[in-house]
Ligand binder design. Structure first.
Ligand SMILES: [Zn+2]
Length: 146
């Protein structure tokens, strides 16, 4: 699947997830965060290949990292988590480990550590939208592996 389809898939499931999040929590901030998480994670698996997804997710994560440096927070676990988030997929072949649900769960947990470096948030409110976004990508690729 191409970047555009993954982006559209991420936006659609992001909107649905954020509606669900709002109905469940009545928290508009959490519902905005959840749509962003879904979209980023719907693009993330293609970080294992030179792709538009890789470019955009890397740029966003790098901005986040600069933000951490600016706030003297770089040596925190959030800084390390961000480095892992950006660099780890480079170690694997395309549609290898990065296109599995177990890696999606792992990297969603890393994303939780990134976000939680700034914004105190329940792990569930990161993991659920992140895994939904990840699975959206795998479904569109027709490549669903545990
Ligand atoms: Zn893919």
């Amino acid at each position: 699947m191409k970047f555009k389809e993954h982006l559209i898939g991420g936006i659609v499931s992001g909107i649905l997830t954020s509606i669900g999040m709002y109905l469940y929590t009545k928290d508009i901030e959490l519902s905005i965060i959840s749509i962003l998480i879904v979209i980023i994670m719907a693009l993330y698996p293609d970080m294992d290949i030179a792709s538009k997804s890789k470019r955009y997710v890397s740029i966003l994560s790098s901005i986040f990292l600069i933000f951490l440096i600016y706030n003297n927070n770089i040596y925190s676990y959030a800084g390390y988590a961000t480095l892992i988030f950006i660099l780890l997929p480079n170690l694997f072949k395309h549609r290898g480990l990065t296109h599995t649900i177990k890696f999606g769960v792992f990297i969603s947990y890393i994303l939780y550590y990134m976000i939680n470096g700034y914004y105190t948030i329940n792990v569930i409110y990161v993991m659920i939208p992140a895994i939904i976004g990840y699975i959206t990508h795998l479904i569109l690729d027709k490549h669903i592996k545990l």
